[in-house]
Design a binder for this molecule. Sequence first.
Ligand code: BG6
Length: 488
Amino acid sequence: MSFPKDFLWGGATAANQVEGGYDADGRGLSVMDISTAGSLHARRQVTYAFPDGTTGKAASVPEGAHGAILPGEYYPNHVGSDFYHHYKEDIALFAEMGFKLFRMSISWSRIFPKGDEDQPNQDGLDFYHNVFAELHKYGIEPLVTISHYETPLYLEEHYNGWNNRKMINFYVHYAETLFKEFKGEVTYWLTFNEINTTIMFLDLFATASDADYNKAYQQLHYQYVASAKAVQAAHAIDPNNQVGCMICGITTYPLTPDPKDILKNRYTWETNIFYSGDVQCKGEYPSFAKRLWREHNVDLDITDDDLATLKAGTVDIYTFSYYMSSAVTTHDTGDQVGGNFSIGAKNPYLEYSQWEWADDPMGLKYYLELIYDRYHLPVMVVENGLGAIDKLEADGSVHDPYRIDYMQKHIAAMEQAIENGVDLHGYTSWGCIDLVSAGTGQMSKRYGFIYVDRDDEGNGSLKRYRKDSFNWYKQVIASNGADLHYTD
Ligand code: BG6
């Protein structure tokens, strides 16, 4: 048996995608609350209003306007899967599957509605006390992401978000509040979800300018400093706390043996994966940072104090999401595919999902072995899964053999990585209960073991149903990963 006996099996969610209750009990708006739904081929848009009352919808809020919720528009994150009102039922279902770990995030604007207050919103804190109590009732440990794609909208609009150094203090105050308040209830923390996507994201826009890169690298620097300060605070408040980085993990391969492709592939790893990982795990910028900054004439506000903070605030665990791999090339292949906040060449050796994400379990093994060898830190896979269209049958069953097949192969790949020496501590599959897709805002892109009756227009009873994968995952956990087999 390759999985260690205390291996942490579980599932993962994010507040903005699952919770709903967007205006309940004093919660403020977050940047996700003005986001409408999209699809595979239509990007999500945000809604806004100008001071003169003119309103509109675009990729981002235009200069001079502010984010606004408009009548007649549909905002999928406002209700999500309504975990806010169903958490007891949902946690009981997680417990039935045998979860040891539940990854969730805290909604920042539920705790600090605007983000710059001194005092937190007690109702928001109470909600999470209740959730943690419910998890502990079943012996499930929470793994809490402090910031998962949902900065309070007020901070974005009044302080210009992470372009402003002041955000470091707001974030650290928020994080310290959580560490003090939930001491003894939570010991596993992640500072920022997929911190590296700030840079990766720019590849999606062929038009990104040097100024865009400068902005992105500066935002990241402030987030690294904030993360390092939070790590120090977490350890000071409770030495049992274990804090991780969380990287959007995409294994990339060169599409051809052309040396130019080989080099481009290495540079892609450096930019997208190692840059953030090195700062958060090693406490300093890697040597190749100079190359990255020079390529885009980047000139950053970095102080000596910041560098000392980074050194003193390295993480305890390396965590990452893994869904797919990608291929890079310097040649014009014309055949491009999307992915998790990414775009790349189509790999002829792989199959692709309904949302064009490559199915590549070996890429997970490759990533685990490479990363463990680089950092020698305990590792956790905190997101993995298949987004697919499911059909709810008249008898309440959902047959999802494609999801089971995907997960079987990825769990087997983790097992091989463990056999090859990787110190893997846990696995939380993404969207263990159906939730709103971050990329497209669709509900029909489902990842869960638990089906939630809600569609892309917001219709449905929100009733929960066990899918076939529910019983399969229960068996996987009960056998500690030894029995991956499935019969329908
Ligand atoms: C990761 C995010 O990018 O991938 C999640 O951390 C997200 O928030 C997940 O939901 C899957 O992506 P998508 O676009 O299918 O929801």
